[in-house]
Every structure is written in structure tokens, then in C-alpha cells.
Ligand binder design. Structure first.
Ligand code: PEP
Ligand code: MG
Length: 590
């Protein structure tokens, strides 16, 4: 580790989005989209200006393609796919038409015209509540910076973000994909950003590049300057600036331990997931983007336990056609064979807004028109999705799952729609799996309380803890201010999960968990003790969870969860389950 700085140690808490520990000297990337000078031009200069734009677009295309090839050569298909989207943005006809119109009618230089059009798009995307769509602003900004740079220099010049020779930790307001890949990554050991979330590009890229990252470090700009030293703790979402010698030693030891743990887990890739006393748990992975599919298989996942279809659906309107949805679901079905995939129908709403579907803003989006409510109210689109999922089921093991179920009628009506879609396909002689299994997401307390009724309608339950926690405790899952009250170990949450699993088993169906709590190593003994049949987790956590399960005894865990009934606070349950877990797999707690 680098020598200790004379500045005092500062710890800043953010969100860990790519696990791991690293340290080094900090370099701050200036990342703003700079406004070019506004210059008035003569009519005779218009043609020259539009030619300059064409040249800059060609240069930008070459640069993006080059980056893409470089990434493919490094075997990182996930990241490479992002540049396909950039190429499409670069050639967006509406944007280019508007830019040329400004130059032609207002007689302004093309740099300024381009900047003003693109800036307007970026600003309006940033106002959208849906975090995924907000992230698209980063893509547009990324492409725009390249185009403006090429316009400025009229050459294939380098892009912003060139790192000095010593850089180890990159700090930025946010990082765009090409900022990330155009860096000399041999110099990058960690990312720290002021903004961002689990779905931010920093998170996606860092995970795929296997570089520790922490985002949402709101206090970092004032606290840090280039040349400081920093430790990135991606496990706990902490950045430590100018660590003192004791902290340095502590983290060096942790990093060594982590290296040993990760390499020892590799041997579990092809192992079954079972407890020490031989009880099987299906361990599958969550999926948001097709690009993640390779990683899912490489980590030894037993299929995909939750495919969140809304992300691809919201990204582009043309992807919503029956043909494109079928192709998308088919790809996942084929890639996850023989285990298969649970495809969740659209869960738009809440923090995943689709502005064109809402004529007036939702007064309370998380309690409003979301998930299955939206699908049932929009039968034409629901039908297309159901037909697509059914068609994909001819190419692999596909299960279908309905989100945000709060009443029995919703599951019954959803199944009627599914039956109509099946009948249509039969009439058209289009193949699908006649035995396709149907599941309900249990993520609303009312669904837990009528779980016996719902269980009679479906083949499985999958518990969405992310929402179950927020609806049980009345804590908005995306509101920073009440984050401390968002408690996965709240006794009421555990009681509702216990009741859901019991109701499933009373009715001879299986029950999984697909919320983030499934990936929480401290809670694995609870899930084993309750008899949960499946855990669907983030692929980075997969082998750790498999290892944890292999160390646990199902009967011991059963006794342990019974003992937890004695506690009335989340803190007590958290302490007890952490202690229990650490007794059985201390090596996984870094
Ligand atoms: C959940 O609520 O736990 C879940 C898995 O679904 P989402 O996070 O997409 O709401
Ligand atoms: Mg949910």
C-alpha cells in the first residue's frame, strides 16, 4: 500500500456495487459536457459546418467501434454490447435533423447547435423518475462528448479521461462506459462515484470488469482531492480516504483473505447446492440484461430465478414487438438450459416508470399503477408478452411469474389471459410448453395473508423481499432518509416469509426468494431453517451462497429460526443470525 498521508483518515459511506477491496492514489476525472462557444455564421458557411459534423460523426463511429473491438478482444462481451447502443445514439436521425436545422435557420456554428440539442435531451432524461431511463442520459452524454471533441479538433484525437501514469483509484461524478474502457485499466484498481445506483453504468461496467466500486458517495467531492490515497471497500460500500497505518494493515490482511476465499470457491462451480445434511436448495441467478447471461452460466447458476423483463422493454419501443420479445426470451431459455428461466411479466411502475404509459403523474408510485395492475389494465400488451413467453417455452425450460400480486382475483385473471394466449397459439399451431409452470411473486403483505388461496392457483411462489420489506414496514426502498428503517431482519418480515413458505408447503408447491435478501450471507441460515426451496441471487454472490449452504445443517437451522421468534427487534435478529452464520462460514465474512 502507498505511504500514509499527512491528512486525517476519513470514511465515507456509499453503496457497494462491485465487491472487492482495493487501494491506491486517487485521480479525479473531470466529466462535464462543456458548452462550446456560440458563434454566428454566414449562410455560405452552413454547408461547411454540416460537413464538419459528418466528418466528426465518422470519426466518432470509428473510435467507438475500435473501443468495442478492444473490449471484445478482452473477452468482455457485456461491456462491448453497450457500445452498440452508443452507435445507435450517434446516428439518431431526429437529433441530427434538429442540429442541422438550428445551423441552417438560426445560423449558428454546428458545435453549439449539436450541444444545445443534445443537452436538452440529457436534461429531460435526467428528470425521469425511472433510474434505468435516467441512466440513458449518461450514454447520450458519453457519445456527445466524443462528437464535440472530434468537432473541436477535427481529428481522431484522444477523448477526455486520460489517466496519469500513477492512477489507481478513479473518482468521478459518474463514469460513462467509454470513460471506463478508454482508460488504461491496468492502472485502475477501483471506482468511486458521487452518484449512481445498482443499475448505474459504473456498477454494470465495474462488475463486468471485476473492479471494486462504490457509488452514491455524496460527500466525496468536498472530502477528496487528486493525489489523496484511498481504500475502496466494495463489500461494505465504504471509501476510506488517507487511511492511517493501522487501517492500511487491516485492509491488506482483508484483501489477502479475500483472494484466498475467491480462489477456493471456484471449485464449487459444478457442485450441487446442498446443506451438510444433504438437503437440496436450488441456487439460481437474477437477470436484468441479456449481456449478463454468460456470467450467469460461468458462475454455475442453476438457471435464472428472476428475469426482470421491464428493463429491456423500457429501453426501446421496437423491442416490445411480439417477434422481438419472443427472440429475447428464447435466447435466455436456450442459454439457461437445462435448468431454465423464470420470466417475470412486466413490473413497470414504482421506481421503474415508463412516462408514456402514465398520462398524469402517479401521486404515490409505489402504491399505484404498478406490476400486474398495469398488465391487467392493458390487455393488448399483456397478451403480446404472454404469447412471447409461451413461444420461448418451446426452446427451453421456461416458467412464468406474475409480479405485485395483492389479491386472489389478480392471479386468477392473469391465468385467464394466459389461457387465452395458449388457445390462440394452439389455433395457430404454434408450439409452446403445455406444462408451463406458473408462479406468483409474494411481495405484498396481503398476498401473504391469503397465500393458501393463491397457492391453489399456482405451481410456485417467489418471495420479493425488496418490496415485501418496504410494504411491511412502510419504508420507501429508494428513500435515503429512511434507509436505516429498511430492515430485512425485521421480525414482521421474517414472520411473513415464514408464513409464505409454510403456506406453499401446505399446498405442495415450492417457494423461492428472489429479492436481495436471498444474497445476504447473514440470512442464509434463516432461509435454510425455514425450508426455502430456491434462492435466486446476484451472480457475484452465487458461489459464496453455495459454500454457505454446504456448511449449514438444515435441522440446526430449523431450531435456530424457532429461537428467533423470541426477538422483537431487527437488531437482535441481525446480531443472532450474523453470529450463527459466522460460526459456520467465518471465511466468507470479510
Ligand atoms: C423484489 O421486490 O424483491 C423483487 C425481486 O422485485 P423488484 O426488485 O424488481 O421489485
Ligand atoms: Mg418487487
Amino acid at each position: 500500500m502507498t505511504a500514509a498521508s499527512s491528512k486525517p483518515e476519513t470514511r465515507i459511506q456509499g453503496i457497494g456495487v462491485s465487491p472487492g477491496i482495493s487501494w491506491g492514489l486517487v485521480e479525479i476525472l473531470g466529466n462535464a459536457l462543456e458548452e462550446p462557444e456560440e458563434i454566428s455564421i454566414a449562410m455560405s458557411e452552413v454547408a461547411g459546418e454540416t460537413n464538419r459534423l459528418s466528418t466528426a460523426l465518422v470519426a466518432t463511429r470509428e473510435q467507438i467501434t475500435e473501443l468495442q473491438q478492444e473490449i471484445i478482444a478482452e473477452d468482455s462481451e457485456n461491456s462491448a454490447a453497450i457500445f452498440d447502443a452508443h452507435l445507435l445514439l450517434l446516428e439518431d436521425a431526429t437529433v441530427l435533423k434538429e442540429v442541422k436545422k438550428i445551423t441552417e435557420t438560426q445560423l449558428k456554428n454546428i458545435d453549439w447547435a449539436y450541444y444545445s440539442v443534445v443537452k436538452r435531451y440529457i436534461d429531460s432524461l435526467r428528470k425521469i423518475a425511472d433510474p434505468y431511463l435516467r441512466e440513458r442520459a449518461v450514454d447520450i452524454e458519453d457519445v456527445a462528448k466524443r462528437v464535440l471533441s472530434n468537432l473541436r479538433w477535427s481529428t481522431h484525437g484522444t477523448v477526455p479521461g486520460q489517466l496519469s501514469s500513477h492512477t489507481n483509484i478513479v473518482l468521478a461524478h459518474d463514469l460513462t462506459p467509454s470513460d471506463t474502457v478508454s482508460m488504461d485499466r491496468s492502472k485502475v484498481r477501483g471506482f468511486a462515484t458521487e452518484v449512481g445506483s445498482q443499475t448505474s453504468h459504473t456498477a454494470i461496467m465495474a462488475r463486468s470488469l471485476n473492479i471494486p466500486a462504490v457509488v452514491a458517495l455524496h460527500k466525496i467531492p468536498e472530502a477528496c482531492s487528486t493525489g489523496d490515497t484511498a481504500i475502496i471497500d466494495g463489500h461494505h460500500g465504504v471509501v476510506i480516504l488517507n487511511p492511517d497505518p493501522n487501517t492500511q494493515l487491516e485492509y491488506e490482511a482483508l484483501a489477502e483473505k479475500e483472494r484466498q476465499v475467491v480462489s477456493s470457491l471456484d471449485t464449487l462451480k459444478d457442485s450441487p447446492t446442498e446443506t451438510a445434511d444433504g438437503v437440496n436448495v436450488t441456487l439460481s441467478a437474477n437477470l436484468e440484461f441479456l449481456e449478463e447471461l454468460t456470467g450467469v452460466a460461468e458462475k454455475g447458476a442453476e438457471g435464472v430465478g428472476l428475469y426482470r423483463t421491464e428493463f429491456f422493454y423500457l429501453s426501446k419501443e421496437e423491442l416490445r414487438s411480439e417477434e422481438n420479445q419472443t427472440a429475447n426470451y428464447r435466447e435466455v431459455a436456450e442459454a439457461t438450459a437445462p435448468h431454465g428461466v423464470i420470466i417475470r411479466t412486466l413490473d413497470i411502475g414504482g421506481d421503474k416508470m415508463c412516462p408514456e404509459l402514465y398520462s398524469t403523474p402517479e401521486p404515490n408510485p409505489f402504491l399505484g399503477w404498478r406490476g400486474i395492475r398495469l398488465s391487467l389494465d392493458r390487455p393488448a400488451d399483456f397478451r403480446i408478452q404472454l404469447r412471447s413467453i409461451l413461444q420461448a417455452s418451446a426452446f427451453g425450460k421456461v416458467r412464468i411469474m406474475f409480479p405485485f400480486i395483492s389479491t386472489l382475483e389478480e392471479i386468477q385473471r392473469s391465468k385467464q389471459h394466459l389461457e387465452s394466449a395458449k388457445n390462440e397459439l394452439r389455433d395457430q399451431k404454434i408450439a409452446f410448453d403445455e406444462e408451463i409452470e406458473v408462479g406468483a411473486m409474494i411481495e405484498i403483505p396481503s398476498a401473504v395473508m391469503i397465500a393458501d388461496h393463491i397457492a391453489k392457483e399456482v405451481d410456485f411462489f417467489s418471495i420479493g423481499t425488496n418490496d415485501l420489506i418496504q410494504y411491511t414496514t412502510a419504508v420507501d426502498r429508494i428513500n435515503d432518509r429512511v434507509a436505516a428503517l429498511y430492515q430485512p431482519t425485521h421480525p414482521a418480515v421474517i414472520a411473513l416469509i415464514r408464513e409464505t413458505v409454510d403456506a406453499a408447503h401446505r399446498n405442495n408447491i415450492w417457494c423461492g426468494i428472489c429479492g436481495e435478501a436471498a444474497s445476504d450471507l447473514r440470512m442464509t441460515p434463516i432461509w435454510v431453517g425455514l425450508g426455502v426451496d430456491e434462492l435466486s441471487v446476484g451472480s457475484a454472490q452465487l458461489l459464496k451462497i453455495r459454500h454457505a449452504i454446504s456448511k449449514l445443517d438444515s435441522k440446526g437451522c430449523g431450531t435456530f429460526v424457532e429461537q428467533l421468534r423470541a426477538y422483537g427487534t431487527a437488531g437482535e435478529i441481525e446480531r443472532h443470525c450474523t453470529t450463527f452464520a459466522k460460526d459456520f462460514y467465518p471465511d466468507l465474512f470479510i
